[in-house]
Design a protein around this ligand. Structure first.
Ligand code: ATP
Length: 347
């Protein structure tokens, strides 16, 4: 069974310092929901108010419609997975998975049955008798998930659980976690500073900065229609071009930039004459195509080859460099460092 989770103007203060400011949102039952933001933005603090290790200074946390204030962590329908997993290395996999069930007095036979079910779920069938110390990082990760799921929580809370794994395994575990979440169908609340993780796994994402939730939406919305400069620059790369709005309507705006007049989306409803920043994705810029209306010529500062793409850094106006990305399969000649290249905006 899954439960919805509601934060209602949650504020958390530590002395004079406000770690979370009036966070309000509703997470639906069965949703994979992520909090994304840089270190120190308040993600873990929010998670602690949901898990019950911390009560908010103001506001309310409700799970399945029930006010949780004053209800301890062990009385809530939640389970928590930390970054360091906290498995017992000298116990077997099955003993680790069923630890919480033993504490609750479940019989040995029932525990064995439940462990077998969970080992199937995490794709480690028949591995129950191995010692945890014999497992790989990714396998340990899956055992920690199984242990948290064993007690049948309605909400699983995950605090950067993949950050100790190497890149390849981390990417593999993203798919794995998402698949497990869809199989069990409970609510997952996931904390990360890694935008790739948040974008690939989540139904919706809350982007946080300095204790404030700046935007809530699905991956496409926060990537394509960021509402604040912070979201635009934190979620993926972006080139900020400051300028003045020449024309605006409900769907878009035309901004006078160093590239000339460029059209972009207008999520904040800017009006003609306003100052604005147009954010341009590196993949929306082209080198050497030389169109008349949206081209600047600039010096190539650096070229970084990254396998499937190359990132080109050019000297921009107002001391901000321009970054553009050229995919491997694009038939584009990559300019050399120190050369001059023309850059075109492709709306
Ligand atoms: P990270 O990704 O580094 O874990 P985070 O976004 O999860 O960061 P939090 O752990 O929620 O950040 O911390 C938010 C802010 O609150 C930080 O500035 C932190 O120093 C502060 N903070 C957290 N817990 C306490 C505490 N018990 N006492 C005082 N300050 C705290």
């Amino acid at each position: 069974m899954s439960a919805d989770v509601e934060l209602d103007r949650v504020t958390v203060r530590f002395g004079q310092f406000t770690a979370v400011k009036e966070a309000s949102l509703k997470i639906a039952g069965g949703e994979f929901f992520s909090f994304l933001g840089p270190s120190g933005c308040g993600k873990t603090t929010i998670l602690r108010t949901v898990s019950g290790f911390l009560d908010p200074s103001e506001g309310a946390v409700r799970i399945a419609g029930k006010d949780m204030i004053g209800i301890g962590a062990n009385k809530r329908p939640t389970a928590l997975i930390f970054q360091n997993l906290a498995l017992f290395p000298l116990m077997t996999v099955a003993e680790n998975i069923t630890y919480g069930l033993r504490v609750r007095g479940m019989s040995k036979a029932d525990r064995r049955k439940r462990a077998d079910e969970l080992l199937h779920l995490i794709a480690l069938p028949g591995q129950g008798d191995k010692l945890v110390s014999e497992l790989s990082g990714g396998q340990k990760q899956r055992v920690a998930i199984a242990r948290a799921l064993a007690v049948e929580p309605q909400v699983l809370l995950l605090d950067e659980p993949l950050s100790a794994l190497d890149l390849k395994l981390r990417q593999h575990m993203r798919n794995e976690l998402r698949a497990i979440q869809q199989r069990v169908g409970i609510t997952f609340i996931y904390i990360t500073h890694d935008q790739g993780e948040a974008l690939t796994m989540s139904d919706r994402i809350a982007v946080m900065n300095n204790g404030v939730i700046e935007q809530v939406g699905d991956g496409k919305a926060v990537y394509d229609e960021p509402r604040t400069s912070f979201v635009a620059s934190f979620v993926g790369e972006n080139n900020p071009f400051a300028g003045r709005v020449a024309k605006a309507d409900g769907t878009g705006a035309v901004v006078e930039t160093p590239f000339g007049l460029l059209r972009g989306r207008n999520p904040n409803g800017v009006k003609e004459g306003d100052k604005a920043i147009l954010f341009v994705r590196p993949e929306a810029l082209r080198v050497g195509e030389g169109s008349k209306d949206a081209t600047v010529t600039s010096t190539v500062l650096n070229v970084a080859f990254e396998g499937n793409a190359s990132h080109i850094f050019l000297k921009g106006a107002d001391k901000k460099d321009i970054t553009l990305t050229v995919g491997r399969l694009e038939r584009v000649e990559i300019p050399e460092q120190g050369s001059t290249a023309s850059v075109t905006y492709n709306p």
